[in-house]
Design a protein around this ligand. Structure first.
Ligand SMILES: Nc1nc2c(c(=O)[nH]1)N[C@H]1C(S)=C(S)[C@@H](COP(=O)(O)OP(=O)(O)OC[C@H]3O[C@@H](n4cnc5c(=O)[nH]c(N)nc54)[C@H](O)[C@@H]3O)O[C@H]1N2
Ligand SMILES: Nc1nc2c(c(=O)[nH]1)N[C@H]1C(S)=C(S)[C@@H](COP(=O)(O)OP(=O)(O)OC[C@H]3O[C@@H](n4cnc5c(=O)[nH]c(N)nc54)[C@H](O)[C@@H]3O)O[C@H]1N2
Ligand SMILES: [Mo]
Length: 765
């Protein structure tokens, strides 16, 4: 079998490979010089916020915060390629549907508002005025506003998101499915229960003081490369980095910092993880419970021997609720259960617990490897429990750090993109704008899909994103979109969701983060975003817009709003013309934004106060609250194991050359895969047990058994350092296998990291 697509893994993450890749990206986008100039303004006080990820920006920014994947994100947006009306005239929508995500977005930036013409099966250009009028007409004609779904992808600025939620609520619904429902929803829910705030409690500076950093279910080398810089500095200082990840991710092993000239010239690198543990998929709650068990046992031994306490008794007494119940739950959990479910040995877990015990200050970070499981909320509560034991929250160098995905997904929630909005926020809106706010909770992503499938939803508006590809059961969702009365996509580049037109369908092209947004008087408009550390800062593009026909997201929302609800409650045009006015409204309705316009213009912006980081607990008990849930009865890997080698637990993750559904290239350098995305990573022993070889082709078959047949066809096997019984492959190609019916408890997040499948050989002669 030809397995040439499997090649050498990078020796370390970053390094010259990263620089080479940047050059290639800038060349591919057709803008090597202007692109480099654009990069110099990324994450600088007077520049734009990098659309890449939500990691924080340093106080004393070096010449620029280098990040290979930031370069890709910027080059992708600042490309010179254009998807013009001529492009749409050349291709029917059915033809375009045959392209891969990669091929489709390679056509570049959208230039004109487009309307679907069913007779010719093509998108034709349309005027903004006509588009707004027709959209407004259809929305006004629905029986109830609850028949429309308003999706948000987390790149939208605070200003766009606030205006959007205001319009939708004036229109009369809380249907706000958003990417966060598929992402960090569980983190918000678990943290609100545990500490009263749904956001991380640390600042970037805390990474300079931590003695130990636990990184659970996250691949920062690819998805938050600037975080690697902070982990590297911590490792060099002697802080211990403990990783929990079923597969060995290069960036967590070794990193060569392109910003460090000496390291680069010597060809050296820095070891990141001092302890790298490979749990089974979904085994983290058991692993963390095991560490807690080891800590409690150590406390008992210390007490018996008259040694200093291991637990932070002052914190537990003064600040915590339900510690006793937790202790009982930990005692009731046996090591046998812990080992079986986590896939780790007691000895390994005790080594990790040792690092915790010997560290004065500990930070714990996590991302999708934790949140996209059935029992994510319980797992994050367990992480919080574990951190409470030694008071690792609300003091320098310590705390909880869910590492967010999209660059403004946290801010979007802050300013009201929430299908279950808090009452006090609705009260504030009602009082300030004087209209009757809808109180009934709306649809999240899965509920919106349900409503589309059962016919109760008739319209879909997408503020960015790629709904049809990012959601589970993509084949079903595609069909559901096409049955709607109206689909509208506000976007920068063509994607597959646009090719699932409803009866009436529009693509509305908007300015990107890197582009100048000038108002009628020619004044440049700022937007703002909030990062994972709750820093809110300004962002102003510097590039000329990709086309003179583009409007800002804010202007597009204002146009739709005006045509739908008129200007009786809000003067949309006035707000669109001057973002300062939108920010005044945010300041008037959301706590923490005092002097918004002024503070936003300070170099690093301002911090939104986080009560938990001051040890103020806005929970039902008024304290930091322990949970005492039992471990899940069975995790996906335990279920898969019962299939005796025929079932596998599949996780879907990101390659190094993609941004969610946007594919920049076909390589995954850190994992040694080149020119191919249809791959399945598998343990060599499992490969052998199947009588298969590297490069063999297989079909991946869903084993959810709800009457729907799910097959992802023609994937190639790649032997990899991954636990037996677990396999991994890329999102979104594998989304056809993620069942709509499998979602996290309480979070309702699709379980994209625990999919039950089998592998079927293909006749490849
Ligand atoms: N370049 C780039 N940057 C991005 C993105 C991108 O696509 N490209 N996406 C952005 C978005 S929206 C998000 S949410 C973040 C995503 O950032 P990540 O959460 O890092 O994204 P994934 O690629 O899904 O990686 C999940 C990691 O968790 C591990 N994992 C899977 N299951 C388990 C488990 O059960 N236990 C443990 N301990 N680990 C597990 C996987 O092996 C993998 O290393 O990145 C953001 N930044
Ligand atoms: N199987 C599986 N599924 C997953 C995941 C997984 O790990 N596995 N991860 C989930 C996660 S964490 C997330 S966050 C979601 C992501 O879901 P989405 O946020 O819906 O998807 P993206 O791929 O980020 O959206 C890309 C599109 O956004 C548009 N876009 C880019 N920039 C802009 C802009 O500035 N403005 C506007 N208006 N549009 C813009 C472009 O047209 C581009 O095609 O996917 C989820 N789905
Ligand atoms: Mo995400």
């Amino acid at each position: 079998m030809d397995s040439k697509f499997i090649g050498k893994k990078s020796a370390a993450a970053g390094g010259w490979g990263a620089l080479k890749s940047c050059g290639k990206q800038l060349l591919q986008s057709g803008m090597p010089i202007s692109g480099a100039r654009t990069m110099l303004k990324a994450n600088q006080p007077d520049g734009f916020d990098c659309p890449g990820c939500a990691w924080g920006d340093p106080e004393h920014g070096s010449s620029f915060e280098f990040c290979e994947n930031g370069v890709k994100a910027v080059a992708w947006e600042a490309t010179e390629k254009r998807a013009t009306p001529a492009f749409f005239a050349k291709n029917t929508v059915s033809e375009l549907r045959r392209l891969t995500d990669y091929e489709l977005e390679l056509n570049g930036r959208l230039t004109h508002p487009m309307r679907y013409d069913a007779a010719s099966d093509r998108y034709l250009s349309v005027s903004w005025h006509d588009a707004f009028t027709e959209i407004g007409g259809i929305l006004k004609g629905l029986d109830t506003p609850n028949r429309a779904e308003f999706y948000t992808s987390g790149r939208a600025s605070n200003e766009a998101a606030f205006l959007y939620q205001l319009f939708v609520r004036v229109y009369g619904t809380n249907n706000f499915p958003d990417c966060s429902n598929m992402c960090h929803e569980a983190s918000g829910i678990a943290m609100r229960q545990a500490v009263g705030v749904g956001k991380g409690t640390v600042l970037l500076e805390d990474f300079e003081e931590a003695d130990a950093i636990f990184v659970i279910g996250q691949n920062p080398g690819t998805n938050h490369p600037r975080m690697l810089g902070d982990l590297r500095r911590a490792a060099i200082r002697g802080a211990r980095v403990v990783v929990f990840n079923p597969i060995r991710e290069r960036g967590l092993e070794r990193f060569s910092d392109p910003q460090d000239k000496i390291e680069m010239l010597r060809g050296g690198s820095t070891d990141i993880a001092s302890l790298y543990l490979q749990p089974q998929l979904g085994g983290d709650m058991a692993a963390v419970r095991g560490m807690a068990k080891a800590v409690l046992a150590r406390e008992d031994r210390a007490a018996a021997a008259g040694q200093p306490a291991v637990l932070d008794h002052a914190f537990l007494t003064e600040h915590c609720a339900d510690f006793q119940a937790y202790q009982t739950a930990v005692e009731a959990t046996s090591w046998a259960e812990i080992e079986d479910q986590s896939g780790l040995s007691r000895e390994e877990i005790e080594r990790a617990a040792d690092v915790y015990i010997n560290a004065e200050r500990v930070i714990c970070t996590w991302a999708m490897g934790v949140t996209q499981h059935l029992h994510s909320v319980a797992t994050i509560r367990e992480i919080a429990n574990f951190m409470f034991l030694r008071g690792n929250i609300g003091r320098p160098g310590a705390g909880l750090c869910p590492v967010r995905g999209h660059s403004n997904v946290q801010g979007d929630r802050t300013v009201g993109i929430n299908e279950k909005p808090p009452e006090d926020f609705l009260d504030a809106l009602e009082k300030h704008f004087r209209f009757t706010v809808p109180r009934e909770h709306g649809h999240n992503v899965l509920a919106a899909i349900g409503a589309m499938l059962d016919g109760s939803a008739e319209a879909f508006i997408g503020l960015g994103g790629n709904f049809a590809r990012a959601t589970p059961d993509s084949a079903l969702v595609e069909r559901a979109l096409r049955r709607l009365k109206l689909t509208v996509h506000i976007a920068t580049k063509p994607n597959h969701s646009h090719l699932m037109p409803g009866e009436t369908a529009f693509i509305l092209p908007c300015l990107g983060r890197t582009e100048m947004d000038l108002n009628a008087a020619g004044n440049s408009q700022l937007v703002s975003v909030e990062d994972s550390m709750s820093m809110v800062h300004g962002s102003a593009g510097i590039n000329r817009p990709a086309s003179p026909h583009l409007l800002s997201e804010v202007a597009i929302i204002a146009g739709i709003a005006q045509a739908t609800v008129g200007s009786a409650v809000v003067d949309w045009a006035e707000l669109a013309d001057d973002h300062d006015r939108i920010r005044d409204h945010i300041e008037a309705t959301i706590p923490g934004f005092e002097n918004y316009n002024k503070r936003l213009r300070k170099p690093r912006g301002f911090h939104l106060r986080n009560a938990a980081s001051h040890r103020e607990w806005d929970t039902s008990a008024g304290k930091a609250s322990f949970s005492s849930e039992a471990l899940p009865e069975e995790t996906v890997h335990q279920r898969a194991r019962k299939g005796e080698g025929r079932r596998f637990a599949l996780q879907t993750f990101r390659s190094h050359d993609q941004y969610n559904t946007t594919i920049y290239g076909l390589d995954d350098r850190y994992r040694g895969v080149y020119g191919e995305r249809q791959v399945i990573f598998i343990h060599p022993a499992d490969l052998k047990a199947m009588n298969a070889e590297a490069g063999d082709r297989i079909d991946v078959v869903g084993e959810h058994h709800d009457g729907i047949e799910r097959i992802a066809g023609n994937f190639r096997l790649v032997p990899y350092d991954i636990p037996r019984g677990s396999i991994a492959g890329y999102y979104p190609e594998l989304n056809v296998l993620v069942p709509l019916g499998s979602a996290g408890k309480e979070s309702d997040t699709p379980t994209s990291k625990s999919i039950m499948v089998s592998l079927r050989g293909r006749n490849t002669a």
